[in-house]
Design a protein around this ligand. Structure first.
Ligand SMILES: [Ca+2]
Length: 340
């Protein structure tokens, strides 16, 4: 009798094993694969983003190698048919959303800053950025109290400082999405406009500024003392996600009539507010909690679609829209792949 029970148990395990085997297993190999392949072990795919479009409930994707991709994942399987993505057992698997050239060929990815100090570099290419400053992003030099230094947020965007960063060079900030905590109400541009050096310029166009956490919209250029700098600012979208924060009806008017706009009216006749927007950019998914996933693609009916200023051709842009109707922010509505 006991023997018979064992046989039955064994049969059950065999049946369960057969069901598990029937679930499809796919493979992606970042270095040796090809998206022309079929995802089999013999002909693995190359990119994770491609593989994700092929997975169905119950399937498993096994990854191998280093994937330099910004991954867009919107998959779901029911509880009894989960989608599994796992690394290969025999070699490390890495998903790196950064730019591979900085890792693989840093000597080419960085170039000396013209007329800069020794050891001062800038990137060889121009990139769109998603800047998330809700956690600390700016490293503060060590002090006696904090010998390890410190990470802080707030006004960390691009430039601000009272020592080495004072009087910063010309700066172009366009087509970025910046999620920033607001400190002291100095939200606009997060320090982009401070410390202008004579004969340098600042251009701030087609960025999405998300002020979070914040309870209100701040005055444009609040905290910016400069009134006679060569600055142009337009086509930006400003949003406070807090539903209690109602945008002031005259915010665009404040931009247009600001002394900085008036000072630059000769070179920017449209005025700063002509293509600026205030309100919800309608991301596919936005969460205030940094631990929650988000999807900063624009929904098709986002007010940011086609709303940006057509920028000069000689401003490098890896995602330039050739129809002259740039979407505001780092990720256009069409083209789910933000990968340059
Ligand atoms: Ca567009």
């Amino acid at each position: 009798m006991r023997h018979a029970l064992r046989v039955i148990c064994l049969l059950m395990f065999l049946v369960l094993g057969a069901i598990a085997e029937a679930q499809p297993v796919f493979y992606a190999d970042a270095q040796g694969g090809s998206d022309e392949g079929d995802g089999s072990q013999a002909r693995p795919w190359r990119t994770l983003n491609h593989a994700l479009t092929r997975l169905t409930p119950g399937s498993t994707l096994q990854l191998s190698g280093t994937f330099y991709e910004r991954v867009h994942c919107a998959l779901a399987g029911p509880p009894d048919q989960p989608i599994t993505i796992k690394g290969a057992a025999d070699r490390p698997t890495v998903i790196d959303g950064g730019f591979r050239e900085f890792f693989e060929s840093p000597a080419d990815a960085w170039v000396p800053f013209p007329d800069g100090a020794p050891g001062e570099f800038r990137s060889a290419k121009t990139y769109r950025n998603i800047v998330d400053m809700r956690k600390g992003v700016r490293w503060i030099r060590p002090t006696e109290e904090k010998p390890e230094g410190a990470l802080r947020s707030g006004q960390a965007f691009f430039m601000h400082g009272s020592d080495h960063a004072k009087y910063v060079e010309s700066a172009y900030a366009y087509q970025n999405t910046i999620v920033a905590p607001t400190h002291g109400g100095r939200a606009f541009g997060q320090g982009t406009l401070y410390h202008t050096k004579p004969d340098t310029i600042r251009r701030v166009f087609n960025n999405i500024f998300v002020y979070d956490p914040a309870t209100r919209y701040v005055r444009p250029f609040y905290g910016t003392g400069v009134k006679d700098a060569d600055i142009q600012v337009d086509g930006n979208l400003h949003w406070v996600p807090d539903p209690e924060a109602k945008p002031p009806g005259n915010l665009i008017e404040q931009l247009r009539t600001h002394p900085l706009s008036q000072h630059n009216i000769k070179n920017y006749p449209a005025g700063f507010g002509s293509r600026s927007l205030v309100g919800d950019p309608k991301f596919v998914r936005y969460e205030s909690d940094p631990a929650e996933p988000w999807d900063l693609h624009l929904r098709p009916r986002s007010p940011a679609v086609d709303a940006g200023v057509a920028l000069p051709d000689d401003w490098p842009d890896p995602l330039r829209e050739d129809d002259g109707k740039p979407d505001i922010g780092a990720i256009p509505a069409e083209g789910a792949d933000a990968d340059r």
